[in-house]
Design a protein. Structure first.
Length: 86
């Protein structure tokens, strides 16, 4: 995984974003306008998440229809109203 050696991975802009380099290839101010997160907070956020494995299906409801519970319930209701063969 890239983040396990975040200091040695040469294709990442992570070090440039968190360090105040003069000849940086990134526009730190532009990134901060979009992300609204300071470099030291981003570093903290990123490093805390290294060992966390995201459970991308934790908020998924049902099986063949993916989405939030209301969307799935509405879709299932619509499917029940649909004539067979269509």
């Amino acid at each position: 995984m890239i983040w396990q050696d975040h200091k040695g991975y040469k294709w990442s802009s992570f070090q440039e974003y968190i360090n105040n380099k003069k000849n940086s290839v990134i526009d730190r101010e532009e990134i901060m306008r979009y992300c609204k997160i300071k470099p030291f907070k981003y570093k903290q956020f990123a490093l805390e998440g290294i060992d966390k494995k995201p459970d991308i299906f934790s908020k998924v409801y049902a099986g063949f229809i993916l989405g939030k519970a209301k969307f799935i319930k509405d879709t299932l209701k619509d499917l029940k109203l649909m004539p067979e063969g269509k």
